[in-house]
Design a protein around this ligand. Structure first.
Ligand SMILES: [Zn+2]
Length: 99
C-alpha cells in the first residue's frame, strides 16, 4: 500500500493558491472581457505562471491554516507582481488560440 493510499493527504494544501486566485480575480475584474481572453485554459495558465514563480505555502492542518491566513505585506507584493506578469504574458500569447 502506498503512502498516498495509507494516509489522507487531502488536507495538504498550498495556501498560496488562495492568495493567487484572489489577486487574479481582483486584477481581472479591472480588465474588460473583450480586451483579453478569459477562457478556462487561459485563467489556469495565468494561475500556473504566477504559482510557479512564487514560493509555495503548504499547510497540513486546520491550525496551520489559521496562521497561514495572514498574508504578509511582503507576500502580498510578490503575489500582486507575479499575477500582473502572468496576465500580461498569457494574454499576449494565449495557447487557446483566442485573440
Ligand atoms: Zn483563452
Amino acid at each position: 500500500m502506498s503512502l498516498a493510499e495509507r494516509y489522507d493527504l487531502s488536507d495538504l494544501t498550498n495556501q498560496m493558491e488562495d492568495f493567487v486566485f484572489q489577486e487574479l480575480e481582483s486584477q481581472l475584474n479591472a480588465i474588460a472581457d473583450e480586451d483579453i481572453c478569459k477562457c478556462n485554459d487561459c485563467i489556469l495558465d495565468m494561475a500556473c505562471f504566477a504559482l510557479n514563480n512564487l514560493t509555495p505555502k503548504y499547510r497540513s492542518s486546520l491550525i496551520g491554516s489559521l496562521y497561514a491566513k495572514v498574508e504578509s505585506r511582503e507576500v502580498h507584493v510578490g503575489v500582486q507582481k507575479n499575477v500582473a506578469q502572468a496576465i500580461q504574458k498569457i494574454s499576449q500569447n494565449p495557447l487557446c488560440g483566442n485573440v
